[in-house]
Design a protein around this ligand. Structure first.
Ligand code: CTP
Ligand code: MG
Length: 250
């Protein structure tokens, strides 16, 4: 078990400084559009700006680092400036995998950072309430991630589509972002994953493998990720329903 209490104690002695790393360096292969999905507009605002804005407007965050494809860097810098995203300190080029992009983003945060929140730009329906909830949890436990409870019965297969196991749904979750970590924990996890050639599809996995415990925070199904073209229709419907009932952010 990673000794989280030691890391929490060390961080408690420092002034809290929270950095958001927004991952927007993917090419959206499943989305199948000539433009990368992070630049698509949904109800008048791009997926990227929607994601960055949540951290820009949260009092908990001191800085934002945006990770983008090398060719998009200058364009993204301008888009962010024009949208008034004043907390963005760096726009840097990502890597070939999400994990590499996250590591590069983390390497670019201010050295005084005590908590890092890593967020997929594509998950652009995140709300300030969700951010507050996951940050509050991370401040207590040292590591927390947004997630939703599994709604369908889960099956494991042999790879050919034949069921080999039914997984108890009761304790199954689908993990989302942001995923928030004590900076010292994430530094160790990212470094060791690279050293051990471990590739994972989320950041929690890198900390889990070192024995650190990560608390999941239920953010429901509306913290969805834009993955396929049909997700746009669902995102628009969610935004429309929030606009009708501003008090209901879920
Ligand atoms: N991402 C990244 N760097 C990569 C790959 C992904 O920063 N090398 C980002 C994406 O821009 C996205 C987030 O990680 O905001 C989650 O990834 P995903 O939804 O898989 O996006 P893409 O990789 O762009 O899409 P696809 O897998 O369909 O190609
Ligand atoms: Mg991907």
């Amino acid at each position: 078990m990673g000794d989280i209490s030691k890391i929490i104690r060390a961080a408690a002695g420092k002034k809290r400084f929270c950095s958001a790393v927004i991952l927007a360096a993917g090419s959206g292969r499943r989305f199948d559009d000539s433009r990368a999905k992070q630049f698509l507009e949904i109800r008048g605002e791009s997926v990227l700006i929607r994601s960055v804005r949540v951290f820009q407007e949260s009092e908990l965050f001191q800085e934002i680092v945006v990770v983008t494809r090398a060719a998009d860097r200058e364009g993204v810098q301008k888009i962010l400036r024009d949208a008034g995203m004043t907390k963005v300190t760096r726009v840097i080029a990502g890597g070939d995998t999400r994990q590499e992009s996250a590591k590069r983003g983390f390497d670019a945060v201010n050295p005084v950072c005590t908590f890092v929140a890593i967020h997929d730009a594509a998950r652009c329906l995140l709300t300030d309430d969700m951010v507050d909830a996951v940050m509050e949890s991370a401040f207590v436990t040292g590591a927390a991630a947004c997630a939703q409870r599994a709604v369908d019965t889960l099956k494991r297969t042999n790879g050919a589509g034949d069921i080999t196991e039914t997984i108890d749904r009761e304790n199954c979750w689908q993990v989302q972002t942001p995923q928030v970590f004590l900076a010292d924990m994430y530094r160790a996890a990212a470094y060791l994953a690279e050293k051990d050639h471990v590739l994972a599809t989320d950041d929690c996995a890198l900390c889990e493998r070192l024995g650190f415990s990560v608390r999941l925070v239920d953010c429901g199904r509306t913290n969805m990720k834009i993955t396929y073209p049909e997700d746009i229709v669902i995102a628009e419907a969610i935004l429309d329903s929030r606009a009708k009932k501003p008090e209901d952010k879920a």
